[in-house]
Design a protein around this ligand. Structure first.
Ligand SMILES: [Zn+2]
Length: 127
């Protein structure tokens, strides 16, 4: 995963004609199965030459859920549920269905609209 992000960053940098990337902003969905510390560690040890001096910022993105029964959307952070539950959801997003219900109609049938995946939000650099 860290390797993929690394090469994606280089790709973005090259596309923008950068010689060097000075700042890399990465977004991580809060339901993504990633240990941030391990990810950050891996990322800083895998740096491509273009990223040698880059400041790497990791930011979480709050999850957004949508009820399949009534269409209601709401945002959700695993942290709201307390440590134990938060951890099991962090590792297995599917578990969310056991703990969560639509706040409007009470249906446990919802989809995850946002909050999964890792992507590069922006890069800054020197041309
Ligand atoms: Zn609903």
């Amino acid at each position: 995963m860290a390797e993929a992000v690394n090469s994606a960053a280089v790709e973005v940098g090259e596309k923008e004609g950068l010689k060097e990337i000075t700042e890399l902003n990465i977004r991580i969905g809060e339901l993504q199965q990633i240990d941030l510390e391990i990810f950050e560690f891996a990322l800083s040890h895998l740096r491509a030459p273009m990223l040698r001096n880059a400041k790497i910022n990791l930011k979480g993105e709050e999850a957004e859920l949508k009820c399949r029964a009534c269409g209601h959307r709401w945002s959700f952070s695993p942290k709201d549920l307390g440590q134990d539950v938060s951890e099991s959801i962090h590792f297995i997003p599917e578990v969310a269905h056991t703990y969560l219900k639509c706040s409007k109609c009470g249906s446990p049938d919802f989809e995850i609209v946002r909050g999964r995946g890792v992507w590069i939000e922006s890069v800054k650099g020197v041309r």
